[in-house]
Ligand binder design. Structure first.
Ligand SMILES: Cc1cc2nc3c(=O)[nH]c(=O)nc-3n(C[C@H](O)[C@H](O)[C@H](O)COP(=O)(O)OP(=O)(O)OC[C@H]3O[C@@H](n4cnc5c(N)ncnc54)[C@H](O)[C@@H]3O)c2cc1C
Length: 458
């Protein structure tokens, strides 16, 4: 049987082994980690070079079909879900670190390099690429740029946009745009525009990343509190005391139970929440800051403070946070990780409201949070086979995001808008703001082919 013209053209331009179109294989690409909305693409292509990305884009233009960029598919907002069909462009075979120049503090990478691959490459050099999303073991640097990813250590170091020096991207007309890596304050900052554009402006193929000195000294502690209120209030008191930790992460009782059952870290049984706090910097003064930190935790109701004495103990403290989402599988067969942000001082309020919303919708919610940033990640547990549970979970998710807006925060701190949060854009932005964003998008992609239906409401 003759192949559909789109598939035949893709195979001709990219080579048959770089094109997937069998329905059973396409099922794998029907969603990202936001699993409640699934749509199959018409084809998936696996380019190995920017030239092959151009070929894919030109073919999609010819056949007037949507183009959806995809890294590792760890996105939590449906950003790479092909809601209108079309061709998914998988960047994961463009996975080479092209250049590492420590004197220039620069790494040049293809978009499909997993974040962890660069971190491992840099280990022992004294340098780091700072943004470390909790998904760094899988997510790609291109995906991190496209979502402007954050992570535990972005409290002190800033999010992805602060570490991108240059971007190469293939635009909807097949042309190749290169912005940076030379910093020129006199021109429009297109790097920043592309960061967080979720595949709607172009396909990112190469990135120039800023490297920074890795801290030589660290202090880490785990503070357990009987109540979430005490833990969250402590977060803003630490910042108010003038200390900016490298990271300040929160886990509540619900998630601690799952982690303890799976990995036995020895959390106090009456812990309502724990904070994992890390300080880094020059050795001088670090001890004193750690002492202040311990004191602040204790005076704010910590029932246990455990200080890591060795690098191994510090690693173990981090492990319990990094393994937390993996342990959620013990609690439920399906879950949705929400992402909202509030002013830090509103953390006690938002966590109380999350508990109320959970009760109201009869949905179990457990919490992790990049608490230092005011970034909450309520994890809503449900059974995907039960339509009513899915409906209640989605309703609870919407209500808690509305509450974040009411607190003066936003509906995403780091996971992006995708399809999941598009309905909130009109509540977050004034019509004039949205019009300006739409015009910008049209300037890059006049025919609306790049990831249609994402980020901006129609
Ligand atoms: C367990 C878990 C923990 C997480 N923790 C964090 C965290 O701490 N911080 C955080 O920020 N996020 C986190 N995330 C969310 C997710 O990992 C990030 O959004 C990540 O940056 C997505 O990278 P990816 O390669 O998987 O991209 P994908 O999921 O494949 O795509 C995400 C979006 O980017 C677009 N895109 C991907 N690659 C490109 C490209 N080359 N060019 C143009 N557009 C592209 C896609 O179209 C889509 O809109 C977490 C997710 C999970 C599952």
């Amino acid at each position: 049987m003759a192949l559909p013209p789109l598939i035949a053209d893709l195979r001709r331009r990219l080579g048959p082994k770089n094109v997937v179109h069998a329905p059973s294989e396409l099922a794998v690409y029907d969603c990202d980690a936001f699993t409640v909305d699934r749509h199959r693409p018409d084809a998936v292509v696996f380019p190995h070079s920017t030239a092959q990305v151009v070929a894919a884009v030109e073919t999609c233009s010819k056949h007037e079909v949507p183009i959806i960029s995809r890294g590792s598919g760890t996105g939590l907002a449906g950003g790479c879900t092909p809601t209108k069909g079309g061709v998914v462009v998988m960047l994961t075979r463009m996975n080479h670190i092209l250049e590492l120049s420590l004197p220039d503090r620069l790494a040049v990478v293809e978009a499909g390099v997993p974040n962890i691959q660069l971190a491992r490459h840099l280990a022992g050099t004294g340098y780091q690429y700072a943004p470390d999303p909790s998904s760094q073991g899988a997510s790609t640097l291109g995906g991190n740029v496209a979502t402007n990813a954050g992570g535990p250590h972005t409290l002190k170091d800033g999010v992805t946009v602060h570490h991108v020096l240059g971007i190469e991207a293939v635009l909807a007309d097949g042309s190749i745009l290169q912005v940076g890596p030379v910093e020129d304050p006199a021109v429009l900052d297109l790097q920043a525009v592309l960061c967080g554009s979720e595949g709607t402006l172009g396909i990112i193929t190469k990135v120039w990343l800023r490297l920074t000195r890795a801290a030589e000294n660290h202090r880490a502690l785990r503070a357990a509190f009987t109540s979430v209120d005490d833990a969250t209030a402590t977060v803003s008191r630490i910042i108010a005391a003038g200390i900016i930790p490298a990271a300040m992460e929160l886990m509540d009782r619900g998630i601690l139970g799952a982690v303890e059952e799976a990995f036995h870290f020895g959390f106090p049984p009456d812990a309502g929440a724990i904070l994992i706090i890390e300080l880094d910097g020059p050795a001088v003064g670090l001890e004193e800051k750690q002492r202040q930190m311990v004191e602040l935790c204790r005076s704010n109701g910590a029932c246990e403070v455990l200080e890591a004495q060795t690098a191994k103990e510090r690693e173990t403290l981090w492990k319990c946070r990094k393994l937390s989402v993996g342990a959620v599988g013990r609690l439920s067969n399906s879950y949705m990780i929400q992402d909202g942000v509030v002013p830090r001082t509103r953390l006690p309020h938002i966590l109380r409201r999350i508990a109320e919303i959970a009760r109201h919708h009869q949905v179990r919610i457990v919490n992790v949070a990049h608490a230092g940033d005011g970034n909450v990640h309520p994890i809503l547990l449900f059974d995907e086979r039960d339509r009513d549970e899915v409906r209640r979970a989605l309703a609870a998710g919407r209500e808690l995001l509305d509450e974040c807006i009411a607190c003066g925060g936003s509906v995403t701190a780091e996971h992006g808008i995708g399809i999941e949060k598009i309905e909130f854009m009109e509540r977050l932005f004034a019509p004039a703001d949205l019009r300006a964003m739409r015009r910008l998008r049209e300037a890059f992609d006049p025919h609306g082919r790049m990831n249609p239906g994402k980020l901006l409401p129609a």
